[in-house]
Design a binder for this molecule. Structure first.
Ligand SMILES: NC(=O)c1ccc[n+]([C@@H]2O[C@H](COP(=O)([O-])OP(=O)(O)OC[C@H]3O[C@@H](n4cnc5c(N)ncnc54)[C@H](OP(=O)(O)O)[C@@H]3O)[C@@H](O)[C@H]2O)c1
Length: 301
C-alpha cells in the first residue's frame, strides 16, 4: 500500500484508509474482521468520531486495534454532544468541553494519545481562538499529536488554515464533487493535507444504479460513470482503481477514507491498492469532460 505524509506532520498514512461511520453495532465479528483485514492489507489510517453511535464506534476501534496501536494512525472527532433524549445532538464548541471530552475518547480508544483530533464541523461564529487554544493545550500535554478539521464550510476552513496549526482538513472530494478544489491553493500554501471522504460517492461511481447526487442529476452521474468505465477499459484496470486514482492523483490529498461496510467491499479494494496510479492531466480531463462542476454556495470566504 502506498503511503503519504499527512501535510506538515510526521504521520505517514496509507493512501487508502477506512472511515468507520458505516460500521455499525460495535465490535461485532464482521466489523472486527473488516478492520483486521484492512490492517493486513496495509491500511493504517482509521477515521472515527465520538459522535458515531455515541462512542461505540471509537470503542470498537480501540478494542480491535489495541494490539497494533503503535502501527496505526487514529483519527477521531469532537464537537458534538448528545442530548439527553439519546436521539439528537447539538454543537458544543468550547475550550472546556474539548478538554473534558478528549478523556472519554482516549478511554474508549484505549490509548493515551490520539494521532489526529479533528473538530467535527465548526461554525464561523464559534470562539475559534479559544478552540485553537484547547487543541494546542492537548498537544502540549501529549494527549493528541496533531489536530485538524472536518468541514465543508469554506469560511471556517480558511479561518483555521490562517489562525491554527491544523494538519489536515477532511472534506468530500470525488469526480462528482470537486468543490474542495476551490480551497486547494490555500491548503497547499499552508501545507495542510486533505483527507478525502465521499471518494466513492456512496458507490454511485462504481456499480450502484445511477441516482441524483448532490445537485447532479442521475443522467450526469451516469455520464461520469461511463467516462470512468471507458478509462478503466483503456488502461486495463477496474473502475475502483480509476475512482480512487482520480482523488489521490492530487498530492495534497493524503488519503481517501472510505466507508467500507462489508468484507466483499473491502475485497473489491485489493486491485486498487495494487494498481493505484497518478493519472495524467489528459486522463483526468477525459473523466471530467462535459461534467458539471459543483461549487460551494454557502459559508463562502
Ligand atoms: N462530517 C464528517 O466528519 C463526515 C461526514 C461523512 C463521512 N465522514 C467519514 O468519511 C467516511 C466515508 O464517508 P462516506 O461513507 O460518506 O463516503 P463513501 O466512502 O463515498 O461511501 C460509502 C458507501 O459507499 C458504498 N460502497 C463502499 N464500497 C463499495 C463498493 N465496493 N461498491 C459499491 N458501493 C460501495 C457503501 O454503500 P452501502 O452501505 O450501500 O453498501 C458505503 O456505505 C465515513 O465512514 C466517515 O468516517 C465524515
Amino acid at each position: 500500500m502506498q503511503q503519504s505524509k499527512l501535510g506538515n506532520t510526521d504521520l505517514w498514512v496509507s493512501r487508502i484508509s477506512l472511515g468507520m461511520m458505516s460500521l455499525k453495532g460495535g465490535s461485532t465479528m464482521l466489523n472486527t474482521r473488516i478492520i483486521q483485514e484492512a490492517y493486513h492489507q496495509g491500511v493504517n489510517y482509521f477515521d472515527t468520531a465520538d459522535l458515531y453511535e455515541r462512542g461505540l464506534n471509537e470503542d470498537m476501534l480501540g478494542q480491535v486495534l489495541h494490539p497494533v496501536r503503535d502501527k496505526v494512525v487514529l483519527a477521531t472527532k469532537v464537537g458534538n454532544q448528545w442530548n439527553s433524549d439519546g436521539q439528537t445532538w447539538n454543537w458544543k464548541a468550547s475550550k472546556p468541553y474539548i478538554i473534558k471530552t478528549v478523556e472519554a475518547s482516549l478511554s474508549r480508544l484505549k490509548t493515551d494519545y490520539i494521532d489526529l483530533y479533528q473538530l467535527h464541523g465548526g461554525m464561523i461564529e464559534d470562539p475559534i481562538d479559544e478552540l485553537i487554544e484547547a487543541f494546542e493545550l492537548l498537544k502540549k500535554q501529549g494527549k493528541i499529536r496533531y489536530y485538524g478539521l472536518s468541514s465543508i464550510r469554506p469560511n471556517v476552513i480558511k479561518a483555521y488554515a490562517e489562525r491554527a496549526n491544523i494538519a489536515s482538513v477532511m472534506m468530500p472530494y470525488s469526480l462528482l464533487d470537486r468543490r474542495a478544489e476551490a480551497l486547494f491553493p490555500l491548503l497547499q500554501r499552508k501545507q495542510i493535507a486533505v483527507v478525502a471522504r465521499g471518494a466513492l460517492a456512496q458507490g454511485l461511481l462504481l456499480d450502484k444504479p445511477a441516482d441524483n447526487y448532490l445537485q447532479l442529476r442521475s443522467s450526469e452521474v451516469s455520464h461520469a460513470r461511463k467516462q470512468v468505465d471507458r478509462l478503466a477499459e483503456h488502461l486495463g484496470v477496474d473502475t475502483m482503481t480509476i475512482v480512487l486514482s482520480y482523488v489521490l492523483s492530487n498530492p495534497l490529498v493524503a488519503t481517501a477514507a472510505l466507508g467500507i461496510r462489508t468484507l466483499a467491499q473491502l475485497h473489491e479494494l485489493q486491485p486498487a491498492i495494487a494498481q493505484l496510479r497518478t493519472l495524467t492531466a489528459a486522463e483526468r480531463a477525459s473523466l471530467e469532460l462535459g461534467l458539471r462542476r459543483l461549487e460551494f454556495t454557502d459559508h463562502l470566504l
